[in-house]
Design a protein around this ligand. Sequence first.
Ligand code: ARG
Length: 473
Amino acid sequence: MTSPKPHNTAMTNSKLWGGRFSEATDKLVEEFNASVSFDQRLAAYDIRGSIAHAGMLAAQGIITVDEAEAIQQGLEGILEDVLAGNFEWRVDREDVHMNVEAVLRERIGSVAGKLHTARSRNDQVATDFRLFVFDAALELASSLRELRGVFIAQAEQYLDAEVILPGYTHLQVAQPILLSHWFLAYAEMLERDESRFRDAAERMDECPLGAGALAGTPWPIDRFQTARALGFSRPTRNSLDSVGSRDFALEFLSACSIAMAHLSRLSEELVLYSTFEFGFLTLPDAFTTGSSIMPQKKNPDVSELTRGKAGRVFGDLVALLTVVKGTPLAYNKDLQEDKEPVFDAYDTLRVVLRLHTEMMPRATWNADRMLAAAQRGYSTATDLADLLARSGVPFREAHEVVGTLVGKCVREGRQLWDLTSEELAGAHPNLANVTPDQLTVQASVASRTVYGGTAPSAVRELLGRAKRRLELL
Ligand code: ARG
């Protein structure tokens, strides 16, 4: 008979899973393994989850009501300390779950050990993290909504004056548009961004508790009760999926990434339009910075950083996709890497949204500069081609005729509306009656009355609808 291994009591006392081990964890492994430095951010959710779990255990007669109360009171005390910053997080206790449980045991004694009945850290962390991501998704959704309100208000503000700027394709002047139309384009993107978060929240609204380590539990628990107590609509259906899947976090990160992509496009436009050369807008002093060497500088740092941070958030998404892709069912420690990218993307998008909500209403737009730019680039050439095509000339032919006229104007440094009726008629007899006022940027904008077009009437209608959708919820 081999003699039993010496039992290292000091060690088993310090690790909640110490029973089968005869050697203390290597220091470096302990640090490498620990997640408490970042997952302590889940503490409030972890404690809420434990309180609900204990309540359900008592309701099912698995622990006594007294035991549940002792556990719940202990947990509430810990929550207070955590919120007050008085909780000592210990790396040797690895993660948020074991830190809380260890302190609970210090405070209420061995009954604390009953809390982990019919539960595993695997379903516990999946629950904590879902609760966090769910709240984060809804918070970002409402911040996106608030920013959308800012864009809609700006659209309304510039609509009566019919402020015009050049619309671009390939960053070449294309056709004139209303500034209000431009604002509403971003409002559309922000509306979809919001709905992506709400959709994701709806899908993740399921409670994994009760999945146990991976296979469910033999204890007669009531998963529906814990789900309800935690505010989830229902429990998850499959225990393997419950503990092994992180697509809820991936959806969150992809919603963050897409929103950041939109805000990055906006930033690119703000950087460009606030240059001396464009001069379309002036950003508020409080949201720009100077140069330590060049006294004339006013740098659009918020926009540039937003553009840059989009890359960072995309990185968060790719990081988690990459973590998940090689993991066999069900839980693997790789999944501990799910949290930091989510925290990072959330923190980033959150502040970016706040900054834009403050900054956008304080930017001033220079209507004269924008109008002049819209008038410079032959932005009404399509309108002239359309006029010709309306007289029965095939559009392709009309395009060719107008192209020739534009070429002539470019060479002679003139605008389309400078062309005489002889010159117009010379290009095509059907152009003889075109008058200069038909070729202005205002006429161009006013003509685009199609649903979704940039004519003031069309924009006014869509603005009204956008405002109504904003009010609903
Ligand atoms: N800290 C772990 C995580 O974030 C908790 C789950 C650990 N589970 C386990 N079987 N080691 O994923």
